[in-house]
Design a protein around this ligand. Structure first.
Ligand SMILES: *Cc1c(COP(=O)(O)O)cnc(C)c1O
Length: 335
């Protein structure tokens, strides 16, 4: 895989740690659990978008952009990391936020990632209603900026296009290298999947190295068939961008959508349990939107006996703990 031929910036600290979760593993009675700490990428409180942005913002620089446009839900981790990454290379950001979640009051609207977005110098141009065609809204904003003589670079929601997914091709390589360094056999990888770049990149990277490790995406939003279709489409395009031979195998794409609950950004009781277990058994902060749901899925599937006791399962911590502060009321109510 010739990742070196793609332009890339250094925005984070890699490799991120690959650590054991001894207390959680004991609490659940096996399999043996590990965690890949992509919450520790080092860019303004970290997260999975940092890996994607190393490639995306390098592409923006190559194209001579002077402003970056992106979009996300109000408490988007992607938006926060994009603003931070752009700040680091001296680019302004113009942000569109989608009011996808209305339930959690003032903290949700103003604290957590929103507070950090402002501190990092991002300009929130507009708040749009849930269900808006956000890609179209960004294109319209880009046209306006172009008419004013700017050179905007548009990053899709979650940074999920083939260039962004290269970040998780790189993560797959990193994980395989670490597993051989640490003499650790990885039987399975589990993580939360949303805009699909993480899973698509991982799958493409693992397939290119013929590792055979299965990846399970726990959906935070879309139903299974839809999410699998979306992950597959991006994995296939990323596969092409890599110049890999043949078709990307459809049967590598596996998503479980049983843990979405009432919808995106709405934590379930399982989410809250997962947040507490990781905090209190391992001193690790998950997040209420993605990793809390992903971990809730992993815990429930372990309890249902899906994994063998002697398996080694790696959960990828994709970040997002800054979002906890947007959910103060809910977390206080639930003790
Ligand atoms: C964006 C995000 C995800 C989902 O990754 P995708 O590449 O969008 O599927 C998972 N966890 C956190 C914390 C995120 O911010």
């Amino acid at each position: 895989m010739h990742l070196a031929r793609f332009p890339r910036l250094s925005l984070g600290q890699f490799p991120t740690p690959l650590e054991a979760l001894p207390n959680l593993s004991r609490f659940l009675g096996g399999p043996t659990l590990y965690i890949k700490r992509d919450d520790n990428t080092g860019l303004a409180s970290g997260g999975n978008k940092t890996r994607k942005l190393e490639f995306l913002l390098a592409d923006a620089v190559r194209q001579g952009a002077d402003v970056v446009i992106t979009q996300g839900a109000t408490q988007s981790n992607h938006v926060r990391q994009t603003i931070a990454g752009a700040a680091k290379i001296g680019l302004k950001t113009q942000i569109l936020l989608e009011r996808r979640v209305e339930k959690f009051g003032e903290d949700y609207q103003r604290s957590g990632n929103v507070l950090l977005d402002n501190l990092l110098g991002g300009t929130v141009v507009d708040h749009l209603p849930a269900g808006t065609d956000m890609q179209q809204a960004m294109e319209t904003l880009a046209d306006t900026l172009r008419a004013q003589g700017h050179k905007p670079y548009v990053i899709p929601g979650g940074g999920s296009n083939p260039i962004g997914a290269l970040g998780y091709v790189a993560c797959a390589e990193e994980l395989l290298y670490q597993s051989s360094q640490q003499r650790l056999r990885i039987d399975r990888i589990v993580h939360a999947t949303g805009s699909t770049g993480t899973q698509a990149g991982l799958l493409a990277g693992l397939e290119a190295t013929n590792s055979g490790i299965p990846v399970l995406g726990i959906s935070v939003r879309a139903p299974r068939a839809k999410q699998e279709e979306n992950v597959y489409a991006l994995a296939a395009r990323t596969w092409q961008l890599l110049g890999a031979r043949g078709e990307f195998p459809r049967d590598r794409v596996v998503v479980n959508s049983d843990y979405v609950g009432e919808g995106y950004g709405l934590p379930t009781s399982g989410t809250l349990e997962a947040l507490r277990l990781l905090a209190q058994l391992e001193g690790i902060l998950l997040d209420p939107v993605y990793t809390g749901k992903g971990m809730a899925g992993l815990i429930d599937l372990i309890r249902k006996g899906l994994f063998k006791k002697d398996e080694h399962v790696v959960f990828i911590h994709t970040g997002g703990s800054a979002g906890l502060f947007g959910y103060r009321q809910l977390l206080e109510q639930q003790g």
